[in-house]
Ligand binder design. Structure first.
Ligand code: PLP
Length: 386
């Protein structure tokens, strides 16, 4: 995918809409990242850490029984098999190594489902950096186990009690805290959002998913490239990382949002957390709350590059409902022995629906990024299905 322009924009989207006090911090970060990208020893350290610590490369698994049932050829890119259980570790290892290179001593992070918080706490422990995680109070209750995991890993978890007490409020608080601690703290942002350079930098760190998958597909498929590439979209980082590997091919690309938090489908252009993109908002520009069964997709915005890819038509964006998602989790568990995260199951829910309706032609080869494992959601599902 293309790099953003000098102002950090993908088309019209993106930019840097932050308080005056944060502009130097964003500029320092951009300069440090541009410098690190050019340094082969930094690139090597990131790649090596992903390999020996995070378990990369992750496999591509043919979903054999489910493929037969759906009449397609379904391949799963297994980010659920990484250390800490989701693709978030790819970005966090990159950013934590960058923070260390910049001489920062503390990582700040926001988290929704807790996955990004756990990944940041993990990277902090690995590199000996302090970690403070901001988490909406509602999410701390929905994901108690992840709060405890972060604390076990030595991180401090701060419940955020403003607004809807979910991910968007945690993001606001983390940005506020970055302003006040900018000398010693590095803000480790969890998706392809926020002010420039985050949407670009996070996509680059996640592009390891698409790069690997492209190589693996070349070995697995006669045509070398799948017909369709599908990923779930919250902020959009696993999707951006996946699409980066296929944007220059003929593959149809589909991003699937939660029906209750579909910034691409139901949003309009606006500013949120430092960037201009598609945002769920009312007529007065008040940001609406997102509602999804999965805390990780409960975000009213989407990364600016997705807004641009949607506008150009290169990527299609669609939605899945909570009911379809629960059904998809159960289907994958029973037919393939894989317990997917609720977030990841959005992508599968669309695939199941599209195979049934004929939107996916019989015999199509479909690559789906399975962004994370579902162990964290087992308690929630137990209550729901009781
Ligand atoms: C956080 C999360 C997501 C959503 O984040 P993106 O930035 O859209 O990738 C998806 N899947 C899992 C497992 C997650 O933890």
């Amino acid at each position: 995918m293309s790099d953003p322009g000098a102002l950090g924009r993908f088309g019209n989207f993106g930019g840097r809409y932050v308080p005056e006090a944060l502009i130097p911090a964003c500029e320092e970060l951009e300069a440090a990242y541009r410098d690190a990208r050019k340094d082969p020893s930094f690139e090597r350290t990131v790649a090596q850490t992903l390999e020996v610590y995070a378990g990369r490369p992750t496999p591509v698994t043919p979903a054999t029984r489910l493929s037969q049932e759906l009449g397609i050829n379904l391949l799963l890119k297994r980010e659920d098999l990484t250390h800490t259980g989701s693709h978030k570790i790819n970005n966090v290892i990159g950013q934590a190594l960058l923070a260390q290179r910049m001489g920062k001593r503390r990582l700040l992070a926001e988290t929704g489902a807790g996955q990004h918080g756990v990944a940041t706490a993990t990277a902090g422990a690995l590199l000996g950096l302090d970690v403070t995680v901001y988490m909406g109070e509602v999410d701390t209750q929905r994901q108690q186990l992840n709060v405890f995991r972060m604390e076990l890993l030595g991180a401090k978890v701060v419940p955020v009690t403003s607004g809807s007490r979910t991910l968007k409020d945690a993001c606001s608080e983390a940005l506020r805290q970055w302003v006040s601690q900018v000398d010693e703290a590095y803000y480790c942002l969890g998706s392809v959002m926020g002010p420039h350079p985050y949407p670009w930098m996070v996509r680059e760190f996640q592009s390891v998913i698409g790069t690997e998958a492209r190589r693996q597909c070349a070995g697995l498929l006669r045509r070398g490239v799948p017909d369709v590439v599908v990923a779930c979209v919250g902020g959009g980082s696993n999707a951006a990382g996946t699409f980066a590997g296929f944007v220059d091919t003929s593959a149809r690309m589909v991003g699937v949002e939660a029906a209750g938090g579909a910034a691409m489908t139901d949003g309009s252009p606006g500013i949120l957390h430092g960037f201009y993109s598609q945002v769920l908002q009312d007529e007065d520009g008040q940001v609406k709350e997102a509602h999804s069964i999965s805390a990780g997709l409960d975000y009213p915005g989407v990364g600016p590059e997705h807004a641009s890819l949607g506008l150009s038509g290169r990527v299609e964006y669609t939605t899945a409902t909570d009911e379809q998602v629960v059904e998809a989790v159960i289907t994958l568990a029973r037919m393939e022995g894989i317990l997917a995260a609720l977030e990841s199951a959005h992508a599968l829910a669309w695939i199941i629906q599209a195979a049934g309706s004929g939107d996916l032609a019989p015999g199509s080869t479909v690559l789906m990024t399975l962004s994370g494992r579902g162990d964290k959601d087992a308690g929630q599902l137990m209550t729901l299905l009781a």
